[in-house]
Design a protein around this ligand. Structure first.
Ligand code: HMG
Ligand code: MG
Length: 298
């Protein structure tokens, strides 16, 4: 049986905008976060406290986090790859953070400049410091089915990383199909392997839509019992260290899917589509979301 509701984690302002070539004005980022919360999203990932040399688009992280007008009941997590990031995030008002590792050695080195083993050692002080401050830490696992450099990733490698992040104290493990090459069969094998070592209610699906399979992957994961999904308004995004990968599944597409299935998301689709149209116009292109384009054409 399907659940009555799911939780959506909106990652557009972070995963979406981190990959934009042109600098997006800070005021636009702030307005995007605020409008997404107004549309009913309860978790909006705001930015990344990463090195501006690595990801120039996120250089204004502190300004963005400080400027947003917060809405009651909405969480505004940010990415913090190390203690330096955590300290800067907390100073700017972060109440929830996320660390990010990978199930692929090569991707780990390209994305965060260290091996998987070294990354886990680096996460320990972040988790301890966050715990002391009462700050929940989400853990991302990238490349859970496929890596841009190594190709196919075994479900066991994804499950091993998910278990280790969970054992270190992450409250939720977000399983990233970074390249979007997963399909319902490979995603199901991966989710089942992860759910054998981490409780299903602590797992989230983070599926990029490069090959158009992300909605199908969410449906497959939902049927396996997953209840948390990451998505990006207008399908913005991609990872700067995953060449050729496009954005996350569009939030509009997930809301449309869930509406049809009778599963609550708390999101006002009409308001969301207007956010999608607005941010896409700011970026000078139509929304990648098929649902948004269809509704806007009516
Ligand atoms: P590093 O060069 O190994 O770090 O980078 P380091 O500790 O040797 O420091 C080097 C310099 O970076 C120093 O500055 C530090 O101060 C600075 P310098 O003395 O040379 O002027 N530095 C920092 N600056 C700001 N904030 C920090 C920070 N840490 C060090 N937190 C590091 C290691 C992790 C910092 C780097 O590799 C990095 O920033 N990587 C970020 C990559 C990234 O943001 N990728 C995209 C997000 S992940 C993603 O999109 C996947 C996901 O969506 C899931 C999925 O789809 O699979 C989550
Ligand atoms: Mg991503």
């Amino acid at each position: 049986a399907l659940p009555k509701s799911i939780k959506l984690v909106e990652v557009g302002p972070r995963d979406g905008l981190q990959n934009e070539a042109g600098q997006v004005p800070t005021a636009v980022k702030v307005e995007l976060v605020e409008r997404l919360a107004e549309a009913g999203l309860r978790t909006v990932e705001v930015t990344s406290f990463v090195s501006a040399r690595w990801v120039p688009q996120m250089a204004d992280h502190a300004e963005v986090l400080r400027a947003i007008r917060r809405k009651d009941g909405v969480a505004y997590p940010v990415l913090t790859p190390n203690l330096q990031g955590l300290e800067a995030a907390v100073a700017a008002g972060a109440k929830e953070v996320a660390i990010f590792g990978a199930a692929s050695e090569t991707f780990s080195r390209r994305n965060i400049n260290c091996s998987i083993e070294e990354s886990l050692a680096r996460f320990v002080p972040v988790l301890r410091a966050a715990e002391a401050l009462g700050i929940p830490v989400r853990g991302y696992a990238s490349c859970v089915v496929d890596c841009p450099f190594e190709g196919h990733i075994q479900p066991e490698a994804a499950a091993d990383l998910a278990r280790r992040l969970f054992d270190l104290g992450c409250c939720e493990i977000s399983l990233g199909d970074t390249t979007g090459r997963g399909h319902p069969a490979s995603i199901a094998r991966m989710v089942e392997a992860c759910a054998r070592v981490v409780p299903m209610d602590r797992l989230a699906g983070h599926y990029h839509d490069t090959y158009g399979m992300a909605v199908a992957n969410i449906h497959a994961s939902l049927r396996l019992g997953m209840r948390v999904f990451d998505s990006s308004v207008a399908g913005l995004g991609g990872c700067p260290y995953a060449p050729g990968a496009t954005g996350n599944v569009a939030t509009e597409d997930v809301v449309w899917l869930m509406r049809g299935l009778g599963v609550e998301t708390g999101v006002d689709l009409e308001a969301l589509v207007s956010v999608s149209a607005w941010i896409s116009a700011c970026l000078g292109r139509p929304p990648a979301s098929r649902v948004a384009r269809a509704l806007l054409a009516k």
